[in-house]
Design a binder for this molecule. Structure first.
Ligand SMILES: Nc1ncnc2c1ncn2[C@@H]1O[C@H](COP(=O)(O)OP(=O)(O)OP(=O)(O)O)[C@@H](O)[C@H]1O
Ligand SMILES: [Mg+2]
Length: 244
């Protein structure tokens, strides 16, 4: 069973084909790593899954309702000059299902506080977004997706410029979301992060996609200097035989 499936999906950007004939199911209740070189099409695929980019051919079959889909873009489009506190940002997670104009009830506020505590940002509740560090902002944004009760979460390089402690906190929260049944797709460039987070993996290269187990990559790099390799930029030989 899968709530998210790619069916002979072909995507283009600026008139040029970026990805062709992508097939396959993302597992529910699991984290799938999206892996590939710069320009391989990871963000393009994420846009298509969010419904923001129309396929040239094929389709994304997604059974998750729009109000339960969340996306953390690679480049934050958030206006940081807009006066909004961390708590206010987290509360906006109720908007997709509850509406923006109805205000919040006591239960919403209670959940918001629980979420901030879990992410270690209670002390930042009244801090303005423009006054946050990158890692603090990332915690707040993931807090909003928890508030939203996202069932599909697309994270485009969520750990870029984030310190190790924040990575630990965020990974634990993401693993919990998967355990609670959410479908997570995470763009990663780091082998160590892949080994800790991912259950499954879709590698993009040369305009095509290959599904593989994260273990197949980890085994391939076993014995190499610790933490050295970033993820491979082409399909590893061991994956070439895999079906698309
Ligand atoms: N708005 C756009 N207009 C035209 N071409 C684009 C646009 N956005 C991306 N592209 C092209 O589409 C291809 C895939 O880009 P994409 O951003 O999906 O790559 P990526 O795998 O996310 O790379 P990175 O690791 O650098 O984030 C690239 O060749 C890129 O130049
Ligand atoms: Mg990208």
């Amino acid at each position: 069973m899968s709530r998210l499936q790619l069916e002979d999906l072909t995507l283009a950007r600026g008139g040029r084909t970026v990805l062709e004939h992508l097939e396959g199911r993302f597992q529910d209740g699991a984290v799938t790593a999206l892996v590939g070189a710069n320009g391989a099409g990871k963000s393009t695929l994420i846009s298509a899954i969010m419904g923001m980019l129309r396929p040239v051919a094929g389709r994304v079959a997604c059974q998750v309702p729009k109000e339960r889909r969340a996306w953390l873009p690679q480049q934050l489009a958030l206006d940081l000059t807009f006066p909004m506190s961390v708590e206010e940002l987290i509360m906006t997670g109720t908007w997709p299902s509850h509406g923006a104009l109805k205000g919040y009830c006591a239960a919403h506020y209670r959940r918001g506080r629980e979420i901030m505590a879990r992410l270690g940002i209670s002390h930042l509740a009244h801090r303005q977004l423009g006054e946050l560090s990158g890692g603090q902002r990332q915690r707040a944004l993931i807090g909003r997706t928890l508030m939203q009760e996202a069932e599909l979460l697309l994270l485009d390089e969520p750990f870029a410029n984030v310190d190790v402690e924040t990575v630990d906190v965020l990974m634990e929260v993401l693993r919990d979301m998967a355990r609670d049944g959410a479908t997570l797709v995470v763009v990663l460039h780091d082998l160590e992060q892949l080994s800790r987070l991912a259950d499954d993996m879709l590698v993009l290269a040369g305009g095509h996609g290959r599904w593989a187990s994260p273990e197949s990559l980890l085994e391939r790099y076993a014995g190499q200097p610790p933490r050295a390799p970033r993820l491979p930029l082409t399909f590893p030989d061991t994956l070439d035989a895999g079906t698309a």
